[in-house]
Write a protein of this length. Structure first.
Length: 263
């Protein structure tokens, strides 16, 4: 008697699981590398950056990719796409982040910010054509940008060593862990059509880089060591955000609050 062929069912399921775990693996990999590179530290290392040799190598890799691919594409995007189109794209992705900010506000026990971000997401999704129009800002509903790294810091998780993630840039052990959780909750990942999902990932990357063109131009003109400047700015800003959340307490307007689509 022929044996039942169960592999035809198991292989697609495994492939689907692998597709969903791939972004998480990409974020966990730098953490593994950081552990393996512990011997690269030395007595002159920055106290918040014991993995500086590894981080600088990843930073140089990111700079090379940015110079060859990301910055030229973002510059072309800004020149070719009309302002209303670029604003609509930014609004769409900001609307998706509002939902994650709602989740983090809830986890931080901040009911006002949770209600505002949840209301923003629903208003812009329903009345703003899926978030392309920022109706909520016109109504005066404020946005508070919150991420899971801040949530971990709110409940006492230390930042850990500074990390530079491939393609993602400045981070820390705590924030890298937060990114991995956010990747699992990314609404773009829920898009089943593969080419559409990948196009959204690419468009978000280009839109993010385009919004940073002016800031990076100022950085290139002002900083002698861009790596150190970026590291110090990132660590100080993140610590200020965590301190602000802890000091002000529950339900108080703190963090990155805006009434529009800019930080």
């Amino acid at each position: 008697m022929n044996k039942p062929m169960s592999s035809s069912v198991e292989v697609p399921a495994g492939a689907a699981a692998g597709r969903r775990l791939r972004p998480l693996r990409l974020l966990v990999l730098p953490l593994v590398l950081s552990v393996l590179a512990g011997c690269a530290t030395g007595p002159t290392a920055h106290p918040d950056d014991p993995l500086e040799p590894l981080n600088r190598n990843i930073y140089q890799f990111n700079e090379a990719v940015d110079a060859v691919v990301l910055k030229p594409v973002a510059t072309l995007y800004v020149r070719a796409a009309p302002d209303p189109v670029r604003t609509g794209v930014s609004n769409f992705f900001n609307n998706l982040s509002d939902f994650w900010s709602f989740v983090n506000a809830t986890l931080q026990l901040r009911p006002r910010e949770a209600a505002e971000n949840f209301l923003r997401f629903n208003v812009n999704t329903v009345l703003g054509l899926g978030g392309v129009l920022d109706i909520a800002s016109d109504m005066g509903i404020e946005r508070t940008r919150l991420d899971f790294g801040q949530t971990l810091g709110r409940w006492g998780v230390p930042a850990g060593p500074y990390l530079v993630l491939p393609l993602l840039g400045p981070s820390s052990v705590r924030d890298a862990a937060g990114r991995s959780v956010e990747t699992r909750g990314d609404l773009v990942m829920e898009v089943d059509h593969v080419s559409t999902r990948n196009s959204l990932y690419g468009l978000r990357l280009v839109d993010t880089r385009a919004n940073l063109l002016r800031a990076t131009a100022m950085l290139e003109g002002a900083a002698l060591d861009k790596y150190s400047f970026t590291r110090d700015f990132y660590l100080q800003r993140r610590q200020n955000q965590i301190d602000d959340i802890i000091d002000r307490g529950w339900g108080i307007g703190n963090g990155d609050r805006t009434s529009g689509d800019q930080d």
